[in-house]
Design a protein around this ligand. Sequence first.
Ligand SMILES: Cc1cc2nc3c(=O)[nH]c(=O)nc-3n(C[C@H](O)[C@H](O)[C@H](O)COP(=O)(O)OP(=O)(O)OC[C@H]3O[C@@H](n4cnc5c(N)ncnc54)[C@H](O)[C@@H]3O)c2cc1C
Length: 602
Amino acid sequence: MGATLPSLPVIVGTGLTGCSISRSLARAGVRHLLVGPAVEGDGARLGESLNLEGSLDIVDYFPELSDGYLAKTAVIAHVGEKRVRCDLNMKRGAASALFYRALGYREPPDAFLHVDRKGFDAAVFGSVVADPHCEHVDALVEGVDYDREGDRIRRLRLSDGREVVPIAVFDATNHVRAVARHLGLGLELLGPAQRSVYGHYEHAGAHSCDDSLWHATHVVRLGRAEDGVDGLAWYIPLKGVASIGVGVDRAEGGGEDELGDVELMRRVVAAIERRGIIPEGAFAPPPELRTIPHYRHFLHSRAFGRNWMLAGGTFCVMWFAASAGISSGFTAANVAPHFIREPEVFGPAYERLLRGLRAPHGVFEWLRRSDPVATDVAELERRADVLVAQSVLRLAESVAMLPGRSRRAVAGAIAGAIRGDHFDASGICVRARELPREDAVDERLATLRQVLDVFAGERPLAAIDACIADDVLVHIDRLSFRGVQGWKKWAMHSRSTWPFDAIRFEIVEHSYDAGRDQLTVHVEAVVRERGADGERRSSAERFVYRFDGARVCEIWTSRHNYGFLYGPSFTTLPGFVAHIGRVLLWNLRRRPEEADERAAAE
Ligand SMILES: Cc1cc2nc3c(=O)[nH]c(=O)nc-3n(C[C@H](O)[C@H](O)[C@H](O)COP(=O)(O)OP(=O)(O)OC[C@H]3O[C@@H](n4cnc5c(N)ncnc54)[C@H](O)[C@@H]3O)c2cc1C
């Protein structure tokens, strides 16, 4: 028998899951062993696109590595010709700020995150092993002495000949299942075996952070007829490079198995270009492609025992597009210190949470097996909404299972409301909707002209309801207002009080970003002052309008855009606040229809 290591909690696996558990135990003041090879070098791992929980947790766990976190504004799913977009903006106003604060996340990121994993895992490893609570053991677990009766792991045998009698064991070896495979657990396989090929593609031209290339993750259902590949592909933009890859079924001869890695990826990139996700030739092929020739999606029959837990990807591996791999590791880390003390309380809660990942997995399994041509957009939107609701539910449930009375109570109430279908998760982070085609720009411009006509008094105020969403978010410099009522009050006051005989607005320049469904316009106001002969024209001012369906859902403008209409004092903060006060007072004394009646009379 070899030397025995101190009897402590043992984390097996030095990947992101193992290191997150290590940090969690260290923060709780728990000494532990971290067993596995040292993580060194640049080697980029998969797991670059994070879901809601993962985005919140990674910032919380590893704030020192924030240079590697990149906010994305959307995930866009492509099926045949159809596209559905989920907005991932987490700062949607006061309600969402309150939501995250109530759950204990004081500084949520602006949006879901991409992580540049190049060198990231080595940095995480270096950081956690520097903590005095962590003792790193550079060895592999080779043997497990499991007491089936008592459901306890008695002893672990390591490749360096040493042994450890663990207080608790966290198996974080992912698909290797270094401990799990000695426990005689059931393993449910989900769907056919997969092969994955991927690489980091370097951008060939100049790029800026504002470029729409860099802000959205795309998931593409490839079809054999149109793309020459039957599979599910991803495009994840990082800094200056994009992670592009694909998962295809292992067909044991035939199908995509006939294609070599290079040809497979050539077809994937062509398919991504054809859909307009990236311009042709924008990215150079990587010097080497990486491949996982054979892997399975699976779920173990149990996630924990008396003194052991299958952490994150060791318990279950789901479709990559669910972005649940990394977050499931954080779920294990969040619960780890409590699990050591009370496995019978925290084990079942942890297992329930991870079993919930079947829902997003099911959405992507459906997407992968759907017919790209026949798939209905409404069904796609519905499934995307399931993803959103489930993600917020998992977040609330994971907070609800941790100690801390008030957080638990709030999280429990939120989880209950989502389960009972009384909670609109889209107010918190994500909204799924069909994306318009590039030629939607004409429709968007027409809507905007109507908005400007209403503002000028050319159309009745009520016409705005078809153009602007009830809960529109308006940003004026750093201030934000929600609701079309505010817009109406402003318009009524303006129409009734400005000193012009005539006013009209002209859009002199525009650009349209179909990926964001966002119209940027430069508008000039043309006025004839009371009693004056000629017209006066303002300079061209910039406004940005984002659409949701046929209506505007978000507007960005600036006080400086209105100096021409309301006078120079409006462009100062005190002048602006005074103006708002006048608008509110004026509206208190009037009915909304008045402005229309007056306009009609004139
Ligand atoms: C194609 C594909 C795309 C993906 N995309 C995403 C994504 O976009 N977002 C996302 O969240 N997830 C994604 N994932 C999942 C994600 O990659 C994994 O969930 C995540 O990397 C798992 O991290 P981990 O630390 O659990 O495991 P790993 O990083 O695999 O680490 C396991 C560790 O265990 C160690 N080990 C192995 N055997 C032993 C042993 N016997 N003893 C001791 N140590 C051992 C290894 O050395 C390694 O350090 C994707 C997966 C695939 C296959």
